[in-house]
Design a protein around this ligand. Structure first.
Ligand SMILES: Cc1cc2nc3c(=O)[nH]c(=O)nc-3n(C[C@H](O)[C@H](O)[C@H](O)COP(=O)(O)OP(=O)(O)OC[C@H]3O[C@@H](n4cnc5c(N)ncnc54)[C@H](O)[C@@H]3O)c2cc1C
Length: 400
């Protein structure tokens, strides 16, 4: 029976709960807001299925194989504008839907939390565009629903973090020709509890009625992407970047990540998915044409199925093919876990007793330095020198 003695030994993929033949495992939120399995010992028959599917106990061994790599930019300007990077995911998902398929991805629900859901209509794919920088819940029936679609012969696409993909693959136990998996290079997944605190904070600052949140908006371009909070009052006019928005500051300071992300088992070049997708900020190194500040995705193709799909959709993109080694060079998050912030423990302690406003004002206050940095970034953007200034900054500091 699955027992989580150390928090870093559970990534919250929910494969264990899904495989249980007695439905004896429930995913319960801990005091940091992350879901962990709890077993009803009365109902459990100790069959061991939950341990067999755990991707942390049974992580896929990394074996080198032939890969292909591309940098892509979706030609559809609306899709490109709404996507985090170059809109690679929508093109893959569209292909699956055009072949009578079903696509599973992460949306920010009306409850302002991230959930895995399924869509069958192309018009609904917008729900998956844009990364939600908070751990998604893979609801109770998702794994079983996917298996049922696969057994019916439907084409299925599942996208998520690398741990969610390995959990699903272990749950399914065999390879299906009609399954396409897409994972992201993932720095870490932050806490849903802290995100709720952020929403509480923004309700105080902006308006009680928050319609939705976009974590990577391109209002000021791709290279200065911002958090966009849309309320009943602001006409979507909240755009703050990593230097000033409290959520982005929390995310990029690793203060509220899931403990397993700090010793992640799934950071590797050779993965079990068909595609791995991630950002390409230094796109100018590979292509002048794609260096237009509209966004570009690096796509690493792992399988023959992935190569066939890429060939079928490549006309949706402006793209360049590059060597896989060049694609992954400098992508630290692909192979190395991020270190935890030294203030993590006190941050969560405070989160359990403070309001959202008190918490974020204590740890991420809007200081003079923050205001100045925001002002500098905006001025560079308005002068049209943001990309050049950022390039210089990265060259001098080696920081992104
Ligand atoms: C939590 C998280 C951390 C990331 N960290 C990095 C990083 O460190 N470096 C980097 O280069 N790129 C990172 N990415 C990937 C990056 O943000 C883009 O998703 C990627 O470049 C693809 O962009 P796109 O425009 O092609 O597709 P998009 O339109 O961005 O497609 C988004 C895809 O991500 C999935 N998704 C969205 N939110 C979640 C979530 N919470 N959990 C699981 N899946 C989700 C959607 O289902 C969809 O498949 C991260 C993404 C997430 C979700």
């Amino acid at each position: 029976m699955i027992e989580v003695n150390k928090k870093q030994d559970c990534c919250g993929c929910t494969a264990c709960a899904a495989i249980c033949p007695k439905d004896a495992i429930a995913m319960k939120e801990d005091n940091e807001g992350f879901l962990y399995p709890t077993v009803d010992k009365e109902t459990c028959i100790d069959c061991g299925a939950c341990e067999r599917v755990c991707p942390i106990i049974h992580t896929a061994k990394e074996k080198p194989f032939e890969q292909a790599a591309y940098i892509v930019q979706n030609k559809d300007q609306k899709i490109l504008r709404e996507s985090t990077a170059g809109g690679a995911f929508t093109a893959i998902a569209k292909y699956v839907l055009h072949n009578n398929g079903v696509v599973f991805g992460v949306e920010l629900g009306t409850d302002l939390m991230a959930h895995h859901v399924a869509v069958e209509k192309e018009n609904d794919l917008y729900r998956f565009r844009n990364s939600k920088y908070v751990q998604s819940s893979v609801g109770g029936g998702t794994h079983r629903q996917i298996k049922s679609f696969l057994e019916q012969g439907r084409f299925v696409c599942f996208s998520g973090t690398p741990c969610q993909i390995e959990g699903l693959k272990n749950f399914l136990k065999k390879d299906y020709d009609n399954l396409v998996t897409v994972d992201v290079v993932c720095r870490a997944v932050p806490s849903p509890l802290i995100f709720r605190k952020y929403v509480e904070y923004q309700k105080k600052v902006l308006s009680d009625n928050i319609k939705t949140v976009r974590f990577r908006d391109k209002h000021y371009g791709y290279k200065y992407s911002t958090m966009n909070v849309i309320t009943d009052r602001n006409h979507g006019n909240y755009h703050q970047g990593v230097e000033s928005d409290p959520w982005l500051r929390a995310f990029f300071s690793n203060i509220c990540d899931r403990p397993s992300c700090h010793s992640c088992h799934f950071r590797k070049q050779y993965r079990v998915s068909d595609f791995t997708i991630w950002d390409c900020f230094n796109v100018g190194r590979f292509s002048k044409e794609l260096d237009n500040d509209k966004g570009a995705t690096r796509v690493l193709v792992h399988t023959k199925k992935g190569r066939e799909i890429f060939n079928a959709i490549k006309d949706d993109f402006s793209y360049v093919e590059i060597a896989p080694e060049a694609a992954i060079a400098g992508a630290k998050e692909m192979k190395e876990s991020v270190a935890s912030n030294g203030k993590r423990e006190s941050f969560f302690k405070d989160a359990n007793r403070m309001s959202g406003e008190e918490l974020f004002n204590k740890y991420f206050p809007e200081t003079f330095k923050v205001k100045v940095e925001h002002c500098i970034r905006l001025t560079c953007y308005k002068l049209g020198i943001y990309s050049a200034a950022k390039k210089l900054y990265v060259r001098l500091t080696h920081k992104y």
